[in-house]
Design a protein around this ligand. Structure first.
Ligand SMILES: *[C@@H]1O[C@H](CO)[C@@H](O)[C@H](O)[C@H]1NC(C)=O
Ligand SMILES: *[C@@H]1O[C@H](CO)[C@@H](O)[C@H](O)[C@H]1NC(C)=O
Ligand SMILES: *[C@@H]1O[C@H](CO)[C@@H](O)[C@H](O)[C@H]1NC(C)=O
Ligand SMILES: *[C@@H]1O[C@H](CO)[C@@H](O)[C@H](O)[C@H]1NC(C)=O
Ligand SMILES: *[C@@H]1O[C@H](CO)[C@@H](O)[C@H](O)[C@H]1NC(C)=O
Ligand SMILES: *[C@@H]1O[C@H](CO)[C@@H](O)[C@H](O)[C@H]1NC(C)=O
Ligand SMILES: *[C@@H]1O[C@H](CO)[C@@H](O)[C@H](O)[C@H]1NC(C)=O
Ligand SMILES: *[C@@H]1O[C@H](CO)[C@@H](O)[C@H](O)[C@H]1NC(C)=O
Length: 669
């Protein structure tokens, strides 16, 4: 091949070669945009105008976080393949009439955080050409009711629309006429006080409606049979009445949290609701007889419910009657209500008071709840009947109550006595209970037998200051317990005794007054251990070696560790998570200092090390002296052999030597 041919080939192939590589597109002064074959990203590049010279093949452009203020016909004329345009967080205020007209394939247009409230009439005309647009985000654009209407005249295939963070006050009838295919509508954080009847009923495909953070007072005449998710949280709802609906309702998730409801919502009679969030309301009773609503009415409409969140309301009693009808309920939160009395009155079957029939009756009336959150009430005791009601209970949170634990152990005999006492709480014989929290209950002493035949996997006893845990307290949990928290109990080493917990792998003992790692712990295959904020000066070498076998995460900061006993650190160092925050202390008479335990300084002043320094200095001195002596001796030796010579030569010079030198002798011989 001749030189000319190679040269030609080079120039022919170069453009293709360059196009094939992702390359940097030049924009003057600013950071270049990132460009690939089909997409360009100029996010946050300080652009004030639409970038020019983009290739025809581009499908996605990200121009978000710039300062572009207008979009003209010219800007987009070459972008016929464009499918996705992100112009969010610019200063966009004007779109020329044909600015979007070339974009026949545009599916997604993100214009959040601009100023589309200006020139909305003319801008609205530009939107008329978006006939294939499926997703539109015009959130946070300062749009009011009319302005929104002018952008939504004709978007025939739009499925996803975000109007959050605007100034909508009312959804007028007909506002969504131009977007008949909408499936998801986000109206979060507006100022809606009214939804005109029929405004939403045109949206026959609507499945997800987010109306959270508005100012709606009531919802009646629901009319959205196909809706699956409805979010009405953070409004001012005082009632929710959908009872009039006869059509089957497909609603799956309903979020009514953070409102002013004082009664349970009335749902369409035929519904499939699974998740209902009613937290942060003002509900005082589960049913209000004066509204002519019986517990059966409510239960019936909640029949499919799996998850009911009634936390932060004002319920004064456990709503047994309501719950009986909820056969699918798995998770129930009654956290932070006013529950104190748990005298669970079960209607008895008077026609057959015998024990077998009683069990059958129990089965019939029991609840299907597996997770029960009762934290933050004023509960002092849960009667045994209460647990009979909840045979499937797996997770229970009783944190921040005033639980009185039963004294179920005969301390002189050591056996468990389970009297059916009503004035204290015991957890024995709950075969499905796996996770229990008794955090912050002001517990003083955990008596034995409490967890007899209840194979807990995790137990939270944190924030019970001054708790005493005798070795028999956790009896019965030896094989099952995997996770235990004793955080913030200010327990002394002496008040902490474990049986051999052979499955325990996660233990939190932070915020106590331990001066040593309890030896009874070394039985457990601990993987994660937190002993922050205790009184440990060191960890015994034997204990450290034992822990090393399984430990992977150890937190130790906030202990008065000694800088001079750091052997444990060598053994466990690799698993310590908070080495950087862990300090050690050194005290010797007047001298004291604090330093990072892993720092170079830490060991320097310790007695043994000081001794070493002393040894080193001595050794150095000895060596130096030795060397000095040696060199002096050597010098003297040399001087001895040499001096006579010199003297001799001197003498030679002065007077001839009487005898010849050795050298002279040899030459003679
Ligand atoms: C568009 O914005 C640029 C830069 O701010 C400005 O120079 C230009 O005049 C504007 N064009 C129109 C048609 O408003
Ligand atoms: C409802 O909206 C609130 C606030 O916007 C949000 O925190 C919550 O997760 C939403 N609920 C659902 C079920 O999506
Ligand atoms: C209400 O509960 C649902 C799930 O049950 C959850 O997705 C949603 O985030 C909760 N709402 C708020 C405001 O947290
Ligand atoms: C109940 O809803 C609140 C928010 O409204 C949430 O913080 C809490 O985690 C929910 N509880 C459960 C058990 O889902
Ligand atoms: C029951 O409903 C009526 C009417 O809605 C209301 O006035 C009353 O306060 C409610 N009672 C309770 C206990 O919530
Ligand atoms: C409650 O149920 C009864 C019959 O079970 C029915 O007559 C009554 O209309 C229902 N009330 C409501 C408000 O649905
Ligand atoms: C009460 O017990 C009798 C006898 O065991 C039984 O036939 C009847 O169905 C029970 N009643 C209810 C409401 O379960
Ligand atoms: C406990 O055991 C002792 C000694 O056997 C016995 O005298 C006492 O009655 C028992 N206490 C209870 C409550 O059973």
């Amino acid at each position: 091949m001749g030189f000319l041919q190679v040269h030609l080939l080079f120039w022919v192939l170069l453009p293709a070669f360059l196009r094939a590589w992702p390359r940097q597109m030049e924009t003057p002064k600013l950071l270049p945009c990132w460009k690939t074959w089909i997409s360009v990203s100029c996010r946050g590049r300080g652009l004030t105008t639409f970038p020019q010279g983009l290739s025809y093949e581009i499908k996605r452009i990200d121009l978000s976080h710039n300062a572009i203020s207008n979009l003209t016909d010219h800007d987009t004329s070459a972008l016929e393949q464009l499918e996705q345009l992100d112009l969010s967080y610019n200063h966009l205020r004007s779109l020329s009439g044909g600015a979007l007209g070339h974009l026949a394939h545009l599916r997604s247009l993100i214009l959040a955080g601009n100023q589309l409230h200006r020139d909305h009439f003319s801008n609205g005309n530009a939107f008329l050409s978006l006939v294939s647009l499926a997703a539109l985000d015009v959130s946070a654009n300062g749009l009011d009711n009319q302005m929104v209407a002018s952008y939504l005249h004709h978007l025939p295939v739009l499925e996803w629309l975000d109007l959050s963070g605007n100034h909508l006050t009312c959804l007028a009838n007909g506002i969504f006429q131009g977007v008949p295919r909408l499936r998801e509508l986000h109206l979060r954080r507006n100022s809606l006080v009214e939804i005109e009847e029929g405004a939403l009923s045109q949206l026959r495909a609507l499945e997800v409606l987010d109306l959270s953070m508005n100012s709606l007072h009531c919802i009646t005449g629901f009319g959205l049979a196909q809706l699956r998710v409805l979010n009405l949280s953070y409004n001012a709802l005082e009632s929710f009445d959908g009872a009039g609906e006869e059509a089957p309702c497909r609603l799956h998730v309903l979020d009514l949290s953070h409102n002013w409801l004082n009664a349970l919502p009335l749902l369409p009679r035929r519904n499939r609701l699974r998740y209902l969030n009613l937290s942060h309301n003002a509900i005082t009773t589960a049913t209000n007889e004066s509204q002519n609503v019986t517990p059966q009415n409510v239960s019936q409409s909640f029949a499919k419910l799996m998850d009911l969140n009634l936390s932060r309301n004002r319920l004064g009693s456990f709503p047994v009657a309501l719950l009986h009808g909820l056969a699918s309920l798995r998770a129930l939160s009654l956290a932070r209500n006013c529950l104190s009395d748990f005298a669970v009155e079960l209607p008895t079957n008077h026609s057959s008071p015998g024990p077998i029939a009683d069990r059958a009756w129990q089965k019939q009336t029991s609840l299907s709840v597996r997770m029960l959150d009762l934290q933050g009430n004023s509960i002092s005791h849960l009667p045994p009947r209460f647990f009979d009601l909840l045979p499937d209970l797996e997770v229970m949170d009783l944190g921040l109550n005033r639980i009185q634990l039963c004294q179920a152990r005969n301390s002189s005999k050591g056996e468990c006595l389970h009297a059916k006492t009503e004035d204290c709480t015991t957890f024995h014989c709950l075969p499905h209970l796996r996770h229990l929290s008794l955090r912050g209950n002001n517990l003083r002493l955990v008596h034995g037998c409490l967890f007899h035949q209840t194979p807990l996997a995790s137990l939270d006893l944190s924030e019970n200051q001054g708790l005493v845990l005798p070795s028999y307290a956790l009896e019965g949990l030896e094989a099952s317990l995997q996770e235990l928290s004793l955080r913030g109990n200010r327990m002394k080493t002496a008040s902490l005794n474990f049986p051999c917990l052979v499955s325990l792998s996660i233990l939190d003992m932070s915020g106590n007054d331990l001066s040593a790692v309890p030896p009874s712990l070394l039985c457990s295959p601990l993987e994660k251990l937190d002993i922050q904020g205790n009184q440990l000066e060191s960890i015994e070498e034997a204990a450290a070696k034992q822990l090393r076998r399984s430990l992977r995460a150890l937190s130790v900061a906030g202990n008065p560790f000694s800088c001079c006993e750091r052997k444990w650190l060598q053994i466990l160092g690799t698993s310590v998570l908070d080495l950087g925050e862990t300090l050690c202390y050194y005290r010797n008479g007047d001298e004291s200092f604090t330093t990072q335990i892993s720092g170079e300084q830490a060991g320097q002043l310790c007695p043994r090390n000081a001794y070493k320094v002393y040894l080193a200095v001595t050794a150095f001195l000895v060596c130096t002296v030795g060397l000095l002596c040696a060199s002096v001796r050597w010098f003297l030796k040399r001087a001895k052999t040499c001096m006579p010579l010199c003297l001799g030569s001197l003498r030679n010079k002065v007077e001839p030597a009487p005898s010849p030198s050795k050298e002279a002798n040899s030459t003679i011989l």
